[in-house]
Design a protein around this ligand. Structure first.
Ligand code: ADP
Ligand code: MG
Length: 244
């Protein structure tokens, strides 16, 4: 497989907090890769380092063969990396339509934007129903779909998702999980998925990295890790893995 993202020996600090203590991960073309770990483990810091929102202290980040940790956040978006940040930031007084179009700000091709918008609305029919309503009137799950749709409006090669299931009704978590699988499969978008819902992340990804306080401690094939005793004890709350 072709390596798309290479995140190598990265150290990252916030003032005196040593958030990433030499982390290496990679994402190959076409893969869905999960990052799991408790609150504060450093998952969001990895996404911030990839997108240029936090500067790495040492190590490097390469995307499609070129170094990106020296680029600005907007140049990194232009290379084809889109992020859905934690806590789904929506513009509550703007319509669903305008929220989605905000995602296309880096694009000039009107016809292309229209096509992408149509495919986003097809992917998330609930957004089509609520197209002209203010985003603030949507449920949490619908807002999450909208911000994923907004990220897709940039036509990314790699989609970074930061805890898309957080605070969302269980039924919609399933819908969102299915949408992530479909986006990866149908549109060939590679996905790096950060989740505290480890079970969901392990079930829909090819590979998983499990973190503890600034380090990757376990990594491997997601289906295998679902049955790994260390993962079950530390990341799945010791639950018995059933058929789901
Ligand atoms: N802006 C910040 N300033 C200071 N410390 C931060 C900041 N953001 C995160 N941290 C700290 O960095 C560590 C990693 O945080 P984060 O990457 O957000 O973890 P996660 O996403 O896994 O919950 C934590 O100890 C957190 O408190
Ligand atoms: Mg986080």
């Amino acid at each position: 497989m072709t390596e798309m993202l290479s995140f190598k020996d990265v150290e990252l600090y916030y003032d005196h907090v040593y958030a990433l203590k030499g982390v290496s991960i990679h994402v190959d073309q076409g893969e869905t890769v999960a990052l799991i770990g408790a609150n504060g483990a450093g998952k969001s810091s990895i996404l911030r380092a990839i997108t240029g929102l936090a500067k790495v202290k040492s190590g490097s980040v390469h995307f499609m063969g070129s170094r990106i940790d020296t680029l600005s956040a907007s140049d990194i978006v232009a290379r084809g990396i889109a992020m859905v940040p934690e806590g789904r930031r929506v513009f509550p007084f703007m319509t669903v339509k305008d929220n989605l179009l905000m995602g296309a700000f880096i694009r000039a091709d009107k016809a292309g934007i229209r096509n992408t918008l149509d495919s986003v609305l097809e992917r998330f029919p609930r957004l089509k129903e609520r197209y002209t309503q203010p985003a603030g009137t949507l449920s949490g799950g619908e807002q999450q779909m909208m911000v994923i749709g907004r990220a897709l409006m940039t036509k990314p090669k790699l989609l970074l998702l930061d805890e898309p299931s957080l605070g969302i009704a269980p039924k919609l978590v399933q819908d969102i999980a299915r949408s992530i699988v479909a986006i990866n499969r149908d549109e060939g978008v590679s996905v790096l998925l950060v989740e505290q819902n480890s079970r969901m992340a392990l079930s829909i990804s090819n590979r998983t990295y499990a973190m503890t306080t600034g380090k990757v401690v376990i990594s491997g094939n997601s289906k295998e890790l679902l049955h790994d005793d260390r993962i079950r004890a530390a990341y799945l709350g010791g639950e018995i893995v059933g058929a789901a």
